[in-house]
Design a protein around this ligand. Structure first.
Ligand SMILES: NC(=O)c1ccc[n+]([C@@H]2O[C@H](COP(=O)([O-])OP(=O)(O)OC[C@H]3O[C@@H](n4cnc5c(N)ncnc54)[C@H](O)[C@@H]3O)[C@@H](O)[C@H]2O)c1
Ligand SMILES: O=C(O)C(=O)C[C@@H](O)[C@H](O)[C@H](O)COP(=O)(O)O
Ligand SMILES: [Zn+2]
Length: 370
């Protein structure tokens, strides 16, 4: 029997859903889906790595529950989260003759979650979907909150829709097959929650980091605390009209770096966020807003977790500062041409700053490249 260790409810009225977190949940997924979505068929969208490591378990549990299903298996990696990947996902849903009342299952990391969620949002003008996150990043962040979409050559996540899942099933045992670099990448988003507004969580992470990486009980607790944090923010501001932008800490820089490195394995999303969070704290210190020792303490923690923390850590070099600034100018938080950044007064004290001077950002980036 599956062990549902944590349950977080995302109270969004008619779009409300549960996040179930536990060990070996995937082996019970068929029974859970049959109970919650009787009489439906399912289109499982996944990538080749997850298909090898986890899909057989999901299929076995769905077969045991007598559920009808089809599989759409895409290439792994960030480059799949673009127009051709979206076309493959949507056409796969249609080819499988899934009806509007059937469900899409996103089995995988954040790439599959964002892509399959967006495909579900637009196929047959909108289908329900279930998130089954299998990377740490997806379990603590991308499977929750309904941001779905794909990347554009113009910038990260520029095409998409808010489309909430009907259920999130996070099986801790799936993380056993995740590559260490990918686990570290997801850990950057874990740290993010502490840095936003929960210094106690950051200090707890400083104590528990090794246990979390080793797979001890702190891992499930960390994942549940992140989901509870994100659920609180999403309930308050589902469409990012205000406070939800705090979840973007480190992302304005990070997304520009991801674009600059071609959405490739040169820089994973969490790695960009790691460098971006250190830059956001460094920039805040430069503006006299935050103590500079906080940036050092954060960088040390991320570095000990195996993450890059400075621009020089990105192999293969970067484009010019002008190119990075052009990517930053495409950020979705830009309003009437003015830049918005998530800045900070220190660990756990992030805030939204509108109208940040591009010259100040550009000068800071120039300095950080030296
Ligand atoms: N929608 C949101 O709110 C949100 C939040 C954060 C990040 N994101 C997006 O998420 C994406 C990054 O997600 P990610 O870090 O999970 O990357 P990913 O989806 O590429 O997964 C990481 C890698 O690990 C593999 N993998 C995943 N689970 C596995 C498992 N259990 N066993 C073996 N291999 C496994 C995948 O095949 C892939 O190669 C980015 O596109 C980012 O923009 C979205
Ligand atoms: O859920 C959110 O809101 C976030 O900002 C979470 C981020 O970790 C995530 O990377 C998100 O996809 C970024 O959103 P975007 O609106 O900047 O594309
Ligand atoms: Zn992110």
């Amino acid at each position: 029997m599956a062990d549902i260790a944590h349950k977080v409810h995302v109270a969004l009225g008619e779009r409300a859903y549960d996040i179930l977190i536990g060990d070996r949940l995937i082996d019970e997924a068929g029974a859970i889906l049959a109970e919650r979505f009787p009489g439906r068929r399912f289109g499982i969208i996944t990538d080749e790595n997850v298909a090898k490591a986890q899909l057989p378990r999901l299929i076995a549990s769905m077969d045991a529950a007598g559920l009808g299903h089809s599989e759409i298996v895409l290439p792994p990696g960030e480059s799949t989260k673009g127009w051709p990947g979206l076309q493959a996902a949507v056409e796969g849903i249609l080819a499988a003759r899934l009806e509007r009342g059937d469900l899409v299952i996103a089995l995988g990391g954040g790439v599959i979650g964002d892509l399959a969620g967006f495909a579900a949002a637009i196929a047959r003008r909108g289908m329900d979907f279930v998130q089954m996150p299998t990377s740490l990043l997806a379990q603590v962040d991308s499977s929750v909150g309904g941001k779905t979409g794909i990347n554009s050559p113009h910038g990260k996540n520029l095409i998409g829709a808010f489309h909430q899942p009907r259920l999130v099933l996070a099986d801790l045992s799936t993380l056993d097959t995740l590559a260490p670099r990918q686990f570290a990448s997801g850990y950057a988003e874990v740290v993010k929650y502490g840095l936003i507004d929960d210094e106690d969580f950051f200090f707890w992470l400083e104590e528990k980091r090794e246990e979390i990486f080793a797979g001890g009980p702190a891992r499930g607790e960390a994942i549940a605390r992140c989901c509870a944090h994100k659920a609180r923010v999403v309930i308050e501001d589902e469409k990012e009209l205000g406070v939800r932008a705090l979840l973007n800490l480190g992302h304005t820089f990070g997304h520009a770096l991801e674009k600059d490195t071609g959405y490739s394995d040169r820089l994973l999303h969490g790695e960009g966020v790691s460098i971006g969070m250190v830059l956001a704290h460094g920039f805040s210190a430069r503006l006299g807003l935050a103590p500079s020792q906080d940036a050092g303490r954060i960088a040390a923690h991320l570095k000990n977790a195996g993450l890059p923390t400075i621009l020089g850590d990105i192999e293969g070099g970067l484009g010019s500062t002008e190119t990075l600034m052009a990517a930053i100018a495409q950020d979705k938080k830009v309003s009437r041409g003015a830049l918005t950044f998530i800045l900070t007064r220190g660990i756990g004290k992030a805030f939204i700053e509108k109208g940040v001077a591009p010259e100040a950002v550009s000068a800071f980036l120039d300095e950080m490249r030296r």
